[in-house]
Ligand binder design. Structure first.
Ligand SMILES: [Zn+2]
Length: 449
């Protein structure tokens, strides 16, 4: 960075989003160190800061970076893999994910992270909340992910998916990995790392393990990150083994609350939805994954209407929130047989709720361009070719920005991609390394029962 002169991103239409929701035509954003210092017109800021490193948005849109509220970086090597066809969700877990995760080494964990994080930067995703599993390489796995996160320069909340499906020792190691990670994060000064306590799902976690994870969460003042009722199988297991539905079981264990992420929440009854509201628990919707797995559609509009915080994630399907938000919107139209429903609610999952979730976790005002806020912003190639103002920002977002490539990505004041050139990662090298490692990973995958 050009030291004290700062970075000036200008010659674009600035969308601040956030509470201000300003639209600045021919606007510019001055970044100093890691925060937004000033907003205004390009001409005014250029005149006032002639020495700043100028990034020309070339008429495009300057807006806050996107946030992904649920990701699985470890899913990378599933691209093109030969997995047995699966007839239902449990078979998908058994035939694909629970074999791929066991095939991963620490080296694979690193490579699996590099690819989707590079793609996140390219897609303008500046913060992601990951849910990691590598049962044969647990210890140190979150540190390996963190190395990639810091090298790349994005922000990430990490956790290890604890499960009892690999025996007591596996569960123990998973809990220890979360504990070590949370300790590291408490001492972290980069502002780019965060930790949650990961659990795979109620159906793979017994009483003792759940109790220990909840205890760790309270002890470290964190939250759980857990798949909830993604399929009816999770409810059937919970009712069969514990005589309670999933959300009631999590509440009884003390695992819900304002920092807990309940991911999917598709097969819930009304009482469970009420409990999510009462406990201010965060729900994360992942429409592409849900449709791909044919597990149903979460009733997110009902939840949002009841005041529940419903964010948007990709579940490892992509790092691109632009395609995920559009999918979420089309799903609502399709599901309700009504093209009028859901537009504002869904668009605001990306512009308001995901920022709220990230700000709550990272304890910083993320997902907005505001003076004093961390400088996490992007330049989109979307040149507004129709009128734009505070009232139709969401229309330009869904049908303009989300349909256009990202040109420049900045996190915490650091330029991670400049005019489509990655600055911190070498895409060609990353792909070559992954391509070299993948055959051995796939070989281990094929040999696992
Ligand atoms: Zn997931």
């Amino acid at each position: 960075m050009a030291q004290t002169a700062g970075v000036l991103v200008g010659n674009g239409v600035v969308l601040t989003l956030g509470d201000d929701n300003r639209v600045i035509e021919d606007g510019a954003v001055l970044i100093e160190e890691n925060v937004v210092e000033e907003l205004g017109t390009t001409a005014a800021l250029k005149a006032a800061h002639p020495r700043a490193d100028f990034i020309d948005a070339r008429g495009g849109t300057i807006l806050p970076g996107f946030i992904c509220a649920h990701h699985h970086l470890y899913s990378t090597f599933a691209c093109g893999i030969a997995a047995k066809p699966s007839a239902n969700f449990v078979e998908i877990l058994e035939n694909l994910w629970w074999r791929l995760d066991r095939a991963l080494t620490l080296e694979d964990v690193e490579l699996s992270a590099l690819i989707p994080i590079a793609r996140a930067i390219r897609a303008g995703t500046t913060t992601l909340i990951d849910h990691h599993a590598s049962p044969n390489a647990i210890r140190g796995s979150l540190d390996r992910l963190a190395d990639v996160v810091l090298r790349a320069g994005i922000r990430a909340s990490l956790c290890y998916e604890v499960t009892d499906r690999n025996g007591a020792a596996g569960a123990e190691e998973g809990i220890a990995e979360n504990a070590a990670w949370l300790e590291r994060v408490q001492a972290d000064e980069t502002g780019r790392l965060h930790g949650l306590v990961g659990l795979h799902a109620g159906m793979t976690v017994g009483l003792k393990t759940l109790e220990r994870c909840v205890s760790l969460m309270h002890c470290m003042d964190s939250g759980l990150h857990v798949h909830v009722a993604e399929d009816q199988a999770d409810q059937e297991d919970s009712l069969g083994r514990y005589g309670q539905r999933v959300i009631k079981r999590l509440r009884a264990a003390g695992g819900l609350g304002r920092r807990t992420l309940a991911v999917h929440c598709i097969h819930l009854d009304g009482e469970e939805v009420d409990i999510l509201g009462e406990t201010d628990t965060i729900v994360v919707h992942n429409p592409q994954s849900n449709m791909n797995n044919a597990v149903g559609a979460a009733r997110i509009l009902d939840m949002i209407q009841r005041g529940i915080t419903v964010g948007l994630g990709t579940d490892g399907m992509t790092s691109d929130m632009k395609e995920e938000v559009r999918t979420a919107l089309w799903l609502r139209h399709h599901e309700h047989h009504d093209p009028r429903v859901g537009f504002v609610e869904v668009a605001q999952m990306l512009t308001k709720t995901n920022p709220l979730i990230a700000s709550r976790l990272f304890d910083a005002p993320l997902g907005r361009i505001a003076v004093g806020a961390p400088a996490d912003l992007i330049v989109s190639d979307h040149v507004p070719f129709t009128p734009i103002g505070p009232d139709n920002v969401l229309g330009h977002l869904i049908f303009g920005v989300c349909a256009a490539p990202v040109d420049t990505t900045i996190v915490d004041g650091q330029v991670l991609m400049r005019h489509k050139e990655l600055q911190t990662l070498d895409w060609t090298e990353i792909c070559a390394r992954a391509r070299r490692a993948a055959p051995a990973t796939w070989g281990r995958f094929a040999s696992l029962a």
